[in-house]
Design a protein around this ligand. Structure first.
Ligand code: ZN
Length: 412
């Protein structure tokens, strides 16, 4: 087991840890630890909500969640010798929930429309929650019967600190979007917010300044951040652009499993746990690897680890709204329709709307853009591995064309 570089105590806020982490992005949040390139280390993480969700049978904690605390991140880790323009190579070596009966669980939530919402919040506006038991590589839930699947564990959120210029650009463009409809519920984007900002060891006027400028952690951005890519799993190698001295790598939001799209927003199997990483440095790597265009993002080499599911039931969706409005080449609408079609089908198999919604969000579902050129409709598709169900899930009562009885032909 690699040396822990960042430790957490469960039940304590990220602000009160021995070395506190953070929940905003800013280049001036002080490093919580440092390491040399060429080393492996362990990072411990709280769940993304700072421990606000309990292993119980009520969704009130999801409904009443203080979103201002999210996401709590471990770090930043200062990598000695890293400079702007370098590429930080990060190997994801291992990860998991903290071992023990009290800690090997996770949760998936549907946020209420009034407090966060989600991809299908117009259809499912009320808070719901499923608790998952994590046993080895498998997840099961007392709240969603007859389902058992293999998780693809990954950090939902990982990236290096932005430079002051990059941060200013994020704040500029996101505020411009918010200004187009400032009263929208849920909001179009989240501006910097001092309330419940956790900024490492900063205090006094420096805390106030950084809290007033620090970007919220919700969206993915050029540095990676909250990309929620399920395949960023154990065995992956990620190439991160470096924007500040020491790179200042931070991460959190560990997921035991997630479907493509993480549609319910609190949509993975969220957990506290540990992750083992190795870091290396490529000097001048951004230029070398063509990562200098303004909208560049990290890239990664895919792990060889993936659940071996081979039977899928696939749902399709096009860019037409539920009320029949034709949208032009809109992948967001097309994927929504694929999800709604899948949920409607799963209801015929005995699941409730919200059980199906959470299942599509948390299980290893594949989501694809199948066609994005055929005007006016994008076609998105959603692949559900049928082996995750312990009840019949393929369409039943299809007339069979295969003879069911008979004997071998014999000579006369
Ligand atoms: Zn998450």
């Amino acid at each position: 087991m690699p040396e822990p570089l960042f430790k957490v105590e469960l039940g304590k806020s990220m602000a009160d840890q021995e070395a506190p982490g953070h929940n905003r992005w800013h280049p001036d949040i002080p490093a919580a630890a440092s390491t040399d390139p060429g080393t492996d280390f362990r990072i411990e993480c709280l769940d993304w909500t700072n421990g606000q969700v309990g292993n119980n049978d009520s969704a009130n904690d999801i409904r009443d969640m203080d979103l201002d605390q999210n996401h709590v991140l471990s770090g930043p880790v200062y990598v000695n010798g890293a400079e702007p323009g370098d590429v930080l190579v990060v190997d994801i070596l291992n990860m998991g929930p903290f071992p023990g009966a009290d800690t090997e669980w996770g949760y998936t939530g549907i946020f209420s429309r009034q407090n966060g919402g989600g991809f299908l919040t117009d259809h499912y506006p009320d808070a719901h929650k499923a608790i998952w038991d994590l046993r080895g590589v498998h997840a099961t839930s007392r709240h969603i019967p007859d389902v058992r699947f293999v998780g693809i564990q990954h950090p939902g959120l990982i990236g290096c600190a932005p430079s002051a210029d990059l941060l200013a650009e994020w704040n500029r463009r996101e505020q411009a979007l918010i200004d187009t409809n400032p009263d929208r519920v849920p909001p179009l984007a989240l501006p910097p917010l001092a309330n419940n900002a956790i900024l490492g060891t900063l205090s006094g006027s420096e805390y106030d300044r950084v809290a007033g400028e620090g970007a919220r952690t919700v969206p993915p951005r050029e540095h990676g951040g909250n990309v929620d890519i399920k395949n960023l799993t154990i065995g992956s190698r990620v190439y991160f652009p470096v924007y500040v001295e020491g790179a200042k790598l931070s991460l959190g939001d560990l997921h035991f499993s997630q479907g493509d799209g993480e549609i319910s927003f609190c949509g993975a199997i969220e957990m506290a746990g540990y992750i083992d990483l190795g870091v290396d440095l490529v000097k001048g790597g951004m230029e070398k690897y063509g990562m200098n265009r303004p909208q560049h993002m990290p890239m990664f080499q895919l792990s060889h680890i993936e659940p071996r599911y081979s039977n899928y039931l696939v749902f399709e969706g096009i860019s037409v709204e539920e009320d029949g409005e034709q949208r032009f080449m809109n992948a967001h609408v097309a994927f929504k329709q694929a999800c709604l079609n899948a949920i409607t089908y799963l209801k015929t198999c005995g699941y409730t709307d919200e059980q199906a919604y959470i299942l599509l969000s948390a299980a290893p579902i594949e989501g694809r853009i199948s066609g994005i050129v055929d005007i006016p409709n994008v076609c998105c598709s959603l692949y559900i591995p049928t082996e995750i169900f312990e009840r019949p899930i393929f369409p039943q009562d299809v007339p069979t064309r295969t003879p069911r009885e008979g004997n071998l032909a014999m000579e006369s």
